[in-house]
Write a protein that binds this ligand. Structure first.
Ligand SMILES: [Mg+2]
Length: 284
């Protein structure tokens, strides 16, 4: 896979008044007094990884698999540390990929070698990485599962006539496959990192996803597990941002994960997708 390229013929969306083209530095909005519902919602956009799909769980199994082969002297009790380093991505290499600065394999090879160096493995050259990837990816894609609360909230929203779609910082093809294998093929994969050639937090991806969903950003909720690139960025683009902060799943490292800061920025904070259904349907 190469760096994200815009889909052929794609025209970059125009932004609503007052929305800046890049939202890397999201300005705090008005504080929310209470989270008892959102008025006038026509659509809900979902992030895929760790929002609808238990990607953390799949990563855990994939990391176990590569540890057994590539870190043979590391005690099993320490595999959790390897997973934590993988997910925290302290150098932000995955985010560099979403900005088009690294290829998909480029960021992944850097991260694989960070694990090798940190936990006493040999450094992987190109051929070594190719073999590592076979072990990692084979386990990873066999392990994709929806979170237990995904299908119920999708059913509730559909029954209420609320449109739903997915917006992700991975490629459309990868995420379409992931949703299908996770039993969520009814969720249209509307915008990926390769749709416009860049990903969240740029507000244009949110505006493009709303256009494809057929909803006004002001009447659209966006739900994601990363506070800055998901919920705050969505709010900055004119949507209602919801941060799903599932217990025990924070990434740590450089990731912004403060619920009070989230609320101060006008973001709704939930622990489950059931609460998203409550939030959207409370006032319908
Ligand atoms: Mg995610």
């Amino acid at each position: 896979m190469t760096a994200p390229e815009p889909s052929p013929g794609t025209v970059l969306p125009s932004l609503p008044d007052g929305v800046a083209p890049l939202a890397g530095d999201v300005a705090p909005g008005a504080a929310v007094d209470s989270v008892d519902g959102v008025d006038g919602v026509d659509g809900v956009l979902f992030d895929v990884d760790d929002t609808l799909v238990d990607t953390r769980g799949a990563f855990a199994l994939a990391i176990d698999a590569v540890c057994e082969v590539y870190l043979p002297r590391l005690p099993v009790e320490r595999y959790g540390e390897v997973l934590a380093l993988w997910r925290s991505d302290p150098h932000g290499w995955y985010r560099a990929y979403t900005r088009g600065e690294l290829t998909f394999d480029g960021q992944r090879m850097l991260r694989a070698n960070e694990l090798q160096e940190t936990f006493g493995g040999v450094v992987l050259d190109e051929d070594g990485y190719a073999a590592w990837k076979t072990v990692f990816w084979g386990t990873f894609e066999e392990s994709w599962r929806a979170h237990d609360d995904a299908a119920p909230v999708l059913a509730r929203l559909a029954a209420a006539g609320v449109k739903v779609g997915a917006l992700s910082n991975a490629s459309v093809a990868l995420q379409t496959d992931k949703l299908t294998r996770s039993g969520l093929s009814d969720v249209p994969m509307l915008v990926g990192v390769d749709t416009l050639g860049f990903g969240k937090p740029d507000p244009r991806v949110f505006v493009e996803a709303c256009a494809r969903l057929g909803t006004d950003p002001a009447r659209t909720v966006y739900v994601g597990d990363e506070l800055d690139v998901d919920a705050r960025a969505a709010a900055a683009a004119g949507l209602t941002g919801v941060w799903i902060d599932r217990p025990g799943t924070r990434r740590g490292g450089p990731h912004e994960e403060d619920p009070e800061a989230a609320r101060a920025a006008g973001v709704h904070v939930v622990a489950t997708l059931d609460e998203v259904g409550d939030l959207v349907l409370a006032r319908r």
